[in-house]
Design a protein around this ligand. Structure first.
Ligand SMILES: Cc1cc2nc3c(=O)[nH]c(=O)nc-3n(C[C@H](O)[C@H](O)[C@H](O)COP(=O)(O)O)c2cc1C
Length: 198
């Protein structure tokens, strides 16, 4: 039995197309793997504090005291222990919403999600073999230098030691010239196919 961690950064909640696409993927994944557990972390419900000076001071004090078992580090421990990770986040301002960045800063903790080997080289400590980013975009940006969400997540996978990064996207969803329902439906079919092999 494996555990999949679902990080939900879909700010628009029920109205979110990204969330709809993620639900479709997760339902197909659960049907394919009925014994696996899916744990959701909803970043809008959780409202983690950004690393303001006092939060960072608390984090440094706990880390320097070796108290990695403290609640401050629970998100990082959970992330490090997951077998599979799915992050759902809409495309905002060429990247993803700030709530996801806050979460990523919170889980990027030395000796939990990443560390250093004896020569000082960074090495990932996460258990997951795959991370999937599910996103939807208003325009068309995939494969261009302006699309900065997937390069960021891909690079973080290297830091965390997660060997495989994948992205499931739907684009052009705010383009009135497009058949937007058809674009989303096509992405849902890709979600079904991906769930078979993820
Ligand atoms: C704050 C904000 C910023 C956005 N920035 C971009 C952008 O830079 N490029 C783009 O193509 N679409 C942008 N969009 C449009 C969204 O990517 C698009 O509507 C997406 O499908 C929203 O996902 P959701 O339905 O899951 O909320 C933005 C939307 C919002 C609300």
């Amino acid at each position: 039995m494996e555990n999949l961690l679902f990080i939900n950064a879909c700010v628009r909640g029920e109205r979110s197309r990204t969330r709809k696409l993620a639900r479709r993927f997760l339902e197909a994944y659960q049907a394919k793997h009925p014994d696996n557990t899916i744990t959701e972390r909803n970043l809008c419900d959780e409202r983690l504090q950004p690393q303001y000076p006092e939060i960072l001071d608390e984090r440094d004090a706990l880390w320097n005291a070796g108290r990695l078992d403290q609640p401050m580090f629970e998100p990082a421990r959970q992330f490090a222990a997951a077998d599979r990770i799915v992050v759902a986040a809409p495309f905002w301002d060429l990247s993803f919403p700030a709530i996801l960045k806050i979460y990523l800063e919170r889980i990027s903790v030395a000796d939990i999600t990443f560390g250093y080997d004896e020569r000082g080289a960074m090495k990932g400590l996460c258990r997951a073999s795959k991370l999937l980013l599910i996103t939807t975009r208003g325009g068309r940006y995939a494969g261009t230098p302006l699309e900065m969400a997937t390069p960021t997540m891909k690079a973080l996978c290297v830091m965390y030691g997660i060997p495989e990064f994948q992205c499931l996207d739907a684009e052009g969803l705010d383009d009135v010239r497009q058949d937007r329902a058809a674009l989303l439906a096509a992405a849902e079919r890709r979600a079904d196919a991906l769930a078979e092999v993820f």
